[in-house]
Each structure stands twice: as C-alpha cells, then as structure tokens.
Design a protein. Structure first.
Length: 317
C-alpha cells in the first residue's frame, strides 16, 4: 500500500511539474489568447498614437506590452512614460520597458537605456553600462547610439577621452542623416578637436545640419558670420541665421538676436523686438537675457557703448 501511495504521489508530482512547465512555456500564447484579437488591439492603439491621443494610446498599449514578443510596443510605451505622453512621466517604468524591449534586440530601446544610465534617469548613473548599451546599438547601425557613443568619447565619460574615436562615431551617425552628429562634426573641425582646425570643413557640416533644420547648427553658422571665420563678416546674414535658430527656441540665439536689435547691428534698431527676444531667452533660464530684459524694463543705461558692441557668441555642440 505504501509503495502504491508513493507511486501515485510521484505521478502526481510529475503531472504537476508538467503542468507548471507547460503554463510557463505557453504563458505568452495563453495571455495573447485572453486578450482576444491582438491585431485589432494593436491597430487601435497605433491609430490613437498617430492621432496624438496619447492617453488613449497609453491605455491600449499597456496590456499589449505584457506580451513577451511585443518589443516595439514595449519601446513605444516606454517612450511615452519617459516623455510623459498621455500621463505622468515615470522613468522607472520607462526603463523597465526599454530593458524588456532591448533584450529582444530593439536598438532604440538600448539607446534609451544607455542615455538613462548616462544621466541617472530611473536608474543609478552608470557610465560603464551606458557605454555598453550605446556600443551595442551603435554597432547595429543605430544613429542616435552612434551619436551618444561619440559624445562619451568626446567628453571622456566611461571611456578614455578620444577625439578621433568620437569623430569616427559622429561620421557614422551623420552618414545615417543625424543632424546633431553633423553639427558635432562641425564643432570638432571648428575647434580642432582630434583634427587640425578647418573652418571650411566645419561650415560644410554646419550647413548640412542646418539644411535639415538643426537650430544649433543654424546658430553656429551665425557665429561664423559674426566672427568672419570661413566667410566674410556680415552681421545682416548673421542675424538671419540667428532668427532661424531663435524661432526654434534656441536660447543663445534668442539672446544674441535681442542684442542685435537693441544695438541695431545687422538689423534696424528695435527695442520692442529686443525685449521680445530677451524675454524668450530668459524664459528658458538664460541669465544674461534676464538681466538685459530687466535693465531695459527699468530704463537702466546699458554698460556697453555702441562703439564696442560685440556678440556674446561661441560655436556650440
């Protein structure tokens, strides 16, 4: 009798283990079955996302993101948590979703994980892990990751500073059309970091970046015209480039454009427009713009004399 009981118990344990393993093995399929028409759910979620109805999109993506194989949905939902689309920003949830998507090979998710490790968003700052994930995604051809890896080498974060290596990664990113990488190449050539200073090549990259609307590159072209570097000095052309950049919210461009309107350099003198641009830059935390705005508002004479006017500008990355 005892043998029979032991035999039955053994069979029962085996059957239980088989059941557990079966549930684990087919968990994803069982869960998908419980959701019903997955294709329809996905189409509705994406339709809401494309219409910028992010609250609806987030609610529809949540159940889909629990499907192990739904790496793209996991990435999109993570990005929504990261940017606060459709609800509050939640870096921890964003990172967890990026991690899940990244394990399935989504390079955009890996790039975002690297960025979060680099700045300590949702996780403890870890430059070694940032480099690891940038490197993985960059080697798969992800332009943003190539840019990020280039930045690590340029700044010496998590790796030994290496301007030449940074340039190589910027080139790879730029070849995929990344305008920030193009601008950064211009910055490296303009300042002679990792290469001999070459303003002509710098302007080539600035113009290439500006052509697709990069506000920092537009600002940098304005800098070149204000200094007469690589081009003939022309404050009028400088002002037109600064305006392009300022209209996209670039605070240094807004501040310097305000100064040009205040002093009437390259543009017709216009205190109202100067105030407008100072206010715009100050609203973004630009200290000098805030000081200039207050000085004009309180009718305090500016320290600079018209004869010693200069632009407070330098090439930016």
């Amino acid at each position: 009798m005892n043998k029979w009981k032991s035999y039955c118990l053994g069979i029962g344990i085996c059957l239980l283990l088989i059941a557990v393993f079966s549930i684990c093995a087919f968990h994803d399929r069982i869960y998908m079955w419980s959701l019903g028409d997955i294709s329809d759910r996905y189409l509705q979620a994406m339709n809401a996302y494309r219409k910028h109805d992010y609250n609806e999109a987030r609610n529809r993506f949540v159940p889909l993101a629990s499907i192990d194989s739904a790496s793209y949905v996991q990435y999109l939902l993570g990005d929504m948590y990261y940017r606060g689309l459709g609800g509050n920003t939640d870096y921890e949830k964003a990172f967890a979703l990026f991690e899940k998507s990244g394990k399935a090979g989504n390079t955009n998710a890996c790039n975002n994980m690297a960025f979060m490790y680099a700045y300590g968003y949702g996780v403890s700052e870890n430059l070694s892990k940032a480099r690891k994930y940038f490197q993985y995604a960059a080697q798969q051809g992800n332009a943003q990751a190539q840019l990020g890896l280039g930045n690590l080498y340029r700044l010496g974060l998590g790796v030994a500073r290496d301007y030449r290596e940074a340039i190589q990664w910027y080139r790879r990113s730029a070849s995929h059309g990344d305008s920030d990488a193009m601008n950064n190449l211009g910055y490296m050539f303009f300042n002679g970091f990792g290469v001999s200073p070459d303003v002509s090549t710098a302007l080539f990259w600035f113009r290439k970046s500006a052509a697709v609307g990069n506000p920092v590159a537009q600002y940098n072209i304005g800098v070149a015209y204000s200094l007469g570097k690589g081009v003939e000095m022309d404050l009028s052309v400088c002002a037109s480039w600064l305006e392009k950049s300022a209209l996209q919210g670039n605070a240094p461009a807004q501040y310097n454009l305000g100064r040009m309107y205040y002093w009437g350099k390259g543009v017709v003198r216009d205190s109202a427009k100067a105030m407008l641009w100072y206010r715009a830059a100050a609203g973004q935390g630009h200290v000098k713009a805030a000081e200039s705005f207050i000085r004009i508002e309180e009718n305090i004479q500016a320290e600079e004399l018209d004869s010693v006017f200069f632009l407070d500008m330098q090439v930016r990355r």
